[in-house]
Design a protein around this ligand. Structure first.
Ligand code: KG4
Ligand code: ZN
Length: 335
């Protein structure tokens, strides 16, 4: 079954072609980062309008890359939520219009299920069951995964998501949007041991997270450095490192707990923050000690992309699931 996947939940227009027999055939992405950078964050209306401009050309581009045309398509999957409602509606409208014109099934999928399954596109995909750590700009969740659609929430952030904390820390350090990769790059120049930031909620049982206190701690550290007139490039790097180390440690401690609690040996990390090198290294070390292993997608499939939506949609379309005639756009949608 040849599936077209469409992702437009935020600031990336992602499209991909996935074949249930042959795997991923082609993918294309247009990032709106440069357009939103001047505003310090995503401007929803600009995002929707740009998805309108880019989506159909990208669909044609992936079909051309794979040497196929629209009439070869056998199903269409699009991100139905969560995300920016206008941006979601662009993907949903195009998916339903194409599906109606071609007479093929259409299905809206959950954005976080896409992230969760993205590591399945790699050469050595994880077998079920596994524990997944979903870490993106909007979510920080630990999920037990027993199969497609069989998800049990183990814990989640009670306030900010890990990616959001990275983005806010970036702003405090004067770095551009999106902050995560920039904080990580700056942290490489940081000196170990200058600061120690708290590891929130690790001293009590449970698998929930909280990152808003860490954000305040970062802000106080920045303000103190400014008051003392030593907020220079080196100190910014030291703060970036201390912040990143605290997030990585916190996530690692909770992942270890989740593996021990479930008895699972396999850990999957997904979502934008799973591209973070220090996090990957920390989790590799922790899982090795438990004789387990960690799985993640290639960096470009950690952040938003069409391939993960094509894959997740293909699994569900294959089993007969489809939308009715209505376009589904759900800005807030628990998985
Ligand atoms: O999954 P994603 O592309 O979009 C959402 O669904 O939210 O995740 C974006 C988030 C942003 O907060 C971004 O700063 C963060 O992932 N991020 C990173 C890195 N790359 C992206 N955070 C830390 N280190 C990175 N290398
Ligand atoms: Zn995402």
């Amino acid at each position: 079954m040849l599936i077209l996947g469409i992702e437009t939940s935020c600031d990336e227009t992602g499209v991909a072609l996935y074949d249930t027999e042959q795997g991923l055939l082609a993918d294309a992405l247009f990032s709106q980062i440069a357009m939103h950078a001047d505003y310090g964050g995503v401007v929803p209306e600009l995002a929707s309008r740009d998805h309108v401009r880019k989506l159909l050309p990208l669909c044609d581009q992936v079909l051309a890359k794979a040497g196929r045309d629209r009439n070869d398509l056998e199903g269409i999957a699009y991100t139905a939520g969560p995300g920016l409602v206008g941006a979601l509606m662009v993907g949903g409208s195009v998916a339903h219009a194409l599906g109606f014109a071609l007479g093929i099934p259409v299905l809206g999928v959950h954005h976080m299920e896409g992230h969760l399954l993205a590591p399945m596109l790699e050469d050595n995909p994880p077998a079920f069951p596994f524990v997944a750590l979903l870490v993106s700009g909007g979510h920080t969740q630990l999920v037990r995964v027993d199969g497609i659609g069989q998800y049990q929430m183990l814990g989640e952030s009670v306030d900010d998501a890990a990616g959001e904390a990275f983005d806010k820390t970036a702003k405090m350090l004067g770095l551009d949007y999106p902050g995560g990769p920039r904080v990580a790059a700056l942290a490489e120049k940081g000196r170990e041991g200058i600061y120690r930031f708290p590891r929130p909620m690790t001293d009590r049982p449970g698998l929930d997270f909280s990152f808003s206190g860490l954000k305040t701690f970062t802000l106080n550290t920045v303000n103190n450095a400014k008051d003392n007139d030593d907020f220079d490039e080196q100190l910014k790097a030291d703060i970036a490192l201390a912040f990143e180390a605290a997030v990585v440690d916190t996530l690692t401690i909770k992942c270890r707990r989740a593996l021990e609690q479930t008895g699972c040996k396999r850990l999957v990390i997904a979502g934008g923050v799973s591209a973070n090198k220090r996090l990957r290294a920390g989790l590799e070390k922790m899982t090795a000690k438990l004789n387990g292993s960690v799985f993640y997608a290639r960096p470009e499939f950690c952040t938003d992309n069409g391939a993960m939506i094509a894959y997740a949609g293909a699994q569900r379309l294959k089993s007969g699931q489809r939308d009715g005639e209505r376009i589904v756009s759900v800005p807030r949608w628990p998985m």
